[in-house]
Design a protein around this ligand. Sequence first.
Ligand code: C5P
Length: 220
Amino acid sequence: MTTAVIIVAAGEGERFGGELPKQYAKLAGKSMLLHSVELFSRLENIDHVIVAINSKHEHIYKALAPSMPEYVFGGARRQDSVYAGLTALAKHNPVKVLTHDAARPLVSPQIITEVVDMLNDFKAVDVANPLQDTIKKNDGGIELLDRSKLYATQTPQGFCYPTLMQLYEKYNDRNATDDISFALWANLNVGLVNGSKHNLKITTPEDHQYAEYLFKMKAL
Ligand code: C5P
C-alpha cells in the first residue's frame, strides 16, 4: 500500500523576519525543512516524499543536501501548494497521502505512524493538541468557549489520496488554513490522533528559540 507525504514549504514566512525564509533557517545546525525531509525519508511506512517549494527559493532548496526529494512549485495559498503536490503524486497513484508543514520540524515518528495506521479506518485523520489556556472569542463582545471540546490542529494530516484529490477539486474556490477543513466541508468522519506540544509550528523568532531548546533537550 503506497503512502506519500507532501511537505509544504512554499510560504514566504513574513512573520519570521531574518535573512533566510523561515523554512530554510538553521535549527540545531540544520535547515528547518531538512529536519522533516530527513525524518519522512527514513521512515519505512512512507514511500514517496515530495516538497512544495517557492520558485524564488529553488536555488536554496537544491543546495540543502546532495540528494533532495522531488519538488514542485507551490502556489499563492497553502492549499495551492498542497494541490501542486497532489497533482505531481498522481503518477505514483498512492493510497494514502499525508500533508505536513515544513514549519513543524519537531514532528515525531510516532505521530506520523499513528496517522498512517488510522487511515486504515478513516478517509481523513487530524492531529489534535488539547488546549491548556482558557479560550475566549472576541467578536465585538467577549464570549467564553468550552475548552474541553476544543483542540489545536497540527500536521501531518492524513487522507485517502483519491478522496483528498476529489475534495480539492470540489472546494477549490474556498480558502482553508489546513486540509481537514476540506473533509469537514464534505461532512467526512475524521479520525483523531493525539498531537504534542513539541510538534509546534515555528512562526516567530520566539518559536524558533523554543524549538532550539527542544532540540537540545532531545539530544541530551
Ligand atoms: O502560513 P502558515 O504558517 O500557515 O504555513 C504553513 C506551512 O505552509 C509552511 O510550511 C509554509 O511554508 C507552507 N505554505 C506553502 N505555500 C503557501 C503558504 C504556506 O507551502 N502559499
